[in-house]
Design a protein around this ligand. Structure first.
Ligand code: SF4
Length: 222
């Protein structure tokens, strides 16, 4: 794929995207088992004038893959949406379902990989295949200033999207990385993923996650 091709991609993947055969097969299995679930590339959630873009890994099979809204209906969403509310990035109450009336303010949530992967583990080719949609998503946020990467895969894909070198921008919790991107200054902030495993093991505490959002608030206030 050339750089020019990337600009022909829409910010949201088509529901019948077939670029990743393994994920298409997995989605077909999910459709057979759970025909009432969404079972398709999950679109981003949030307003197009957002200054903050949150990049997760991929939809959870019983979370966003079921409900069609990122981080909705699984454990990781509880901490993420509670923190978004605390830092005034949302209106309404998160209630684990896409019709809870929740709206995001100045923030959008997307995923590095838009289709649910088996065992929550996309392979390298799938991350690469889906990156044009992440590039297009970023290019279609005219006010974008800060990107929050949840976990190393989201961090790495975002650094590549921004044209940076991974050796110069290593993932670390609460690290901040500066980029010049399309004549704009973008700050990438890293956090451990707010997964059940990370929070249950204490790798990520609520305080640590809120500290990351304090960094984001400071960047947006600049
Ligand atoms: S992960 Fe992305 S590129 Fe791969 S099939 Fe799904 S939407 Fe398409």
């Amino acid at each position: 794929m050339t750089a020019l091709d990337q600009f022909t991609y829409p910010p949201e993947a088509p529901l019948d995207c077939d670029r990743c055969p393994r994920l298409v097969e997995y989605l077909n299995d999910c459709r057979a088992k759970e025909p009432d679930w969404f079972n398709a590339p999950v679109p981003s959630f949030g307003p197009e004038d957002a200054e903050l873009l949150i990049v997760g890994l991929a939809p959870g099979v019983t979370g966003a893959n079921r409900t069609a809204r990122p981080f909705t209906g699984d454990y990781a969403g509880d901490l993420l949406y509670a923190t978004l509310e605390k830092f005034d990035f949302s209106n309404g109450k998160y209630d684990s379902r896409p019709d809870d009336g929740l709206e995001l303010k100045n923030a959008m949530i997307t995923n590095a990989v838009r289709c649910v992967p088996p065992q929550n583990k996309p392979i390298g080719a799938e991350i690469t295949n889906c990156r044009p949609f992440l590039i297009s998503r970023m290019n279609n946020l005219p006010n974008l200033k800060v990107i929050l990467a949840l976990g190393k895969i989201a961090h790495d894909s975002t650094v590549k999207t921004l044209g940076g070198k991974l050796a110069a921008h290593k993932f670390a919790h609460a690290a901040e990385h500066s980029f010049q991107y399309n004549d704009r200054e973008i700050t990438l902030v890293d956090s451990y993923h707010c997964s059940r495993y990370n929070t249950n093991t204490g790798k990520l505490t609520t305080e640590m996650f809120e500290n990351v959002f304090s960094l984001i608030a400071n960047q947006l206030d600049k």
